[in-house]
Write a protein that binds this ligand. Structure first.
Ligand SMILES: C[S@@+](CC[C@H](N)C(=O)[O-])C[C@H]1O[C@@H](n2cnc3c(N)ncnc32)[C@H](O)[C@@H]1O
Length: 230
């Protein structure tokens, strides 16, 4: 798939920053708890054995409320990375076993072969170069290490008309995500497709800025892929 230009990526990143500055005003995120949301996701998509084995964890594109902020409390080392980390009002504070670095996933500031688990959730449709990010995630993982990837995917019929969706630099289908993962050298252990986890009030039909969420609820899926290195 074609890479995004730096200019295009910067525009998308500005939209991302605006979204995180306003997300609490959206009616479907009233009382949202990231701690319980990520708790449910991880117990749904990872086995207890894999959670226990994850001692060094790197999260790519963690955003302000990423997984390492709330989960894997017993892991000795957790690193969250995101290019916007220093700009988010709700950014996490490092402390204890959790560290943060403002960085792009195209160049993860971590030595080769040190991570047991890399987490990358809802990121590769926001980036400049998804191939390079997958390559970097592979580089930092130990042999046999695990990648938990989640991508917002759409039916192929919609991808040619998704240019209107300016905040996203890429538009993926389940098939193109699996191709990318395999091409990078991961084996796929499990995939799951979940519905967009929001409850829309009927009033959203009368709010034009909510139509993208209605479209998402109908057609977009959260595609989770559990991948492993040989
Ligand atoms: C939709 S947010 C998801 C944040 C978090 N993973 C979550 O699920 O709450 C997308 C994140 O990807 C980050 N991002 C965008 N381009 C990136 C890149 N090239 N490398 C790593 N992260 C990137 C953005 O800064 C943003 O924080």
């Amino acid at each position: 798939m074609e890479h995004a230009t730096t200019k295009r990526w910067q525009e998308a990143q500005q939209a991302e920053l605006d979204w995180w500055q306003n997300w609490r005003k959206l009616p479907f995120y009233t009382n949202h708890s990231f701690a319980s949301y990520w708790g449910n996701v991880i117990s749904d998509v990872m086995s207890e054995a894999d959670v226990a084995k994850a001692r060094t964890i790197v999260e790519v594109g963690c955003g302000p409320h990423g997984v390492v902020r709330y989960m894997f409390k017993d892991a000795p080392v957790k690193l969250g990375t995101d290019p916007l980390l220093c700009q988010y009002d709700e950014r996490p504070k490092p402390g204890g076993n959790t560290f943060y670095a403002a960085a792009v996933g195209e160049s993860i500031p971590v030595k080769d072969g040190v991570a047991d688990l890399v987490i990358c959730i809802n990121v590769i449709d926001h980036v400049m170069d998804a191939d390079q990010i997958l390559g970097e995630m592979r580089r930092v993982l130990k042999p046999g290490g695990q990648l938990l990837l989640e991508v917002h995917t759409f039916p192929a019929i919609f991808t040619p008309i998704m240019f209107f969706d300016h905040p996203h630099t890429y538009h993926w289908t389940r098939k193109t995500v699996l191709e990318l993962v395999r091409k990078t050298g991961f084996s796929i252990e499990r995939t799951r497709q979940l519905q967009f986890p929001i409850s829309l009030p009927w009033t959203s039909f009368f709010v034009p800025s909510h139509w993208k969420y209605i479209f998402g609820k109908l057609f977009m899926r959260l595609t989770y892929v559990n991948c492993r290195l040989p």
